[in-house]
Design a protein around this ligand. Structure first.
Ligand code: SF4
Length: 348
């Protein structure tokens, strides 16, 4: 094992690697477990915090290994308690992450990519394009950052920030497994939700996973022309094929997918749009989350009035489709995906 590279992140070591490392350092084997617990269960980010390790060992680890945790560039705190962060990784790319406390729970919304190639018309991130995909550790680091900042255990995670998780499928699944690991953060699989804008091959692969992770699909319109306009990146995955793929997913997993529907004034809140959504969902196993679009400066899109959101909920409920109206968290901060980053760069 190579130990001389100080830029190597100690968090890349699993328990077996640490055992080997301790052997090399002529330390008793139980130190490996202690070190593992500090790094992966207590989530510390310096060797100094590992108080049950001898000072000499801590010193030698400090000289040899790094903790590449992201740097917090910006934090905004909303009146509703949610906190939005702009976090920078060691190569200078940054992503947005949101922590949303609710009673004794703490939900975190993380990014799976820095930027996004999908180009959704209503999304600040989509307008800026893709920088790169994140590693699994970088996704987990966002969760750890929020947990440390709130001083609380994270109870659920949604992959709904910047990026299309299924365009970074393998790293997303690795991150899900790290978050789910009983030796690590131990977040239940059903409390880990991946949101895709409808990448069909990803939905099919997701259905093959043995874990009970939750799937959400950003639908935003059940009329093809409107969806093409709003979400050009998934044009080739037509609504007809998407519907089929989701039904296959349901049959295979028995799990209920969620449709996210951001309501946009005059675009997807008209009568035909509402009816198309009812037709898409009725008689299938699903849950619909309705949310008023976040108001993005310089965007031609505006949120639908709440009356329209309620009308759509009534209509879906009447046809037996379970529907929730979600509050837009952090309405007083730059809560919409990509806004915080944009504002920071605009202000430069
Ligand atoms: S809404 Fe999501 S998928 Fe669409 S451009 Fe924004 S980050 Fe990408």
């Amino acid at each position: 094992m190579e130990r001389t590279n100080r830029s190597r992140d100690i968090r890349q070591f699993d328990l077996d690697d640490l055992k080997e490392l301790m052997k090399e350092l002529r330390q008793p084997a139980f130190r490996a477990k202690q070190l593992y617990e500090w790094v992966h269960e207590k989530n510390v980010c310096s060797f100094d915090e590992m108080t049950n390790l001898p000072a000499g060992l801590r010193q030698s680890l400090t000289e040899t290994f790094a903790f590449k945790v992201p740097t917090e560039l910006v934090k905004q705190v909303s009146k509703d308690g949610s906190r939005k962060y702009l976090l920078e990784f060691s190569d200078g790319v940054s992503v947005e992450t949101v922590g949303m406390p609710n009673r004794n729970k703490l939900a975190v919304c993380i990014s799976s990519q820095a930027g996004c190639a999908m180009g959704c018309a209503f999304c600040a991130t989509g307008l800026a394009g893709l920088s790169r995909s994140l590693t699994a550790q970088e996704m987990v680091d966002q969760v750890l950052h929020v947990s440390r900042d709130f001083g609380e255990r994270v109870t659920s995670v949604v992959f709904m920030g910047q990026g299309e998780p299924f365009a970074n499928f393998d790293n997303t699944v690795e991150a899900l497994r790290m978050l789910n690991d009983p030796e690590g953060l131990a977040i239940g699989a059903r409390h880990l939700t991946v949101s895709t804008c409808g990448v069909i091959p990803g939905i099919r692969r997701f259905a093959e996973l043995p874990e009970q992770f939750t799937l959400a699909i950003s639908l935003h319109s059940a009329i093809q022309t409107t969806r093409n306009q709003l979400m050009p990146g998934v044009k080739k995955f037509t609504l007809l094929r998407l519907h089929e793929a989701i039904q296959e997913y349901v049959e295979k997993t028995g799990r209920r997918p969620t449709y996210e529907f951001a309501m946009i004034d005059g675009i997807n809140d008209t009568n035909p749009e509402m009816q198309a959504l009812v037709d898409f969902c009725a008689g299938t196993l699903c849950h619909v989350n309705l949310i008023q679009l976040n108001d993005i400066p310089d965007s031609p899109f505006r949120p639908s009035p709440i009356e329209k959101v309620e009308a759509l909920q009534r209509r879906l409920t009447m046809h037996g489709v379970e529907t929730t109206i979600r509050n837009s968290r952090g309405g007083d901060i730059d809560a919409a995906c990509g806004q915080l980053k944009q504002r920071r760069f605009r202000a430069r």
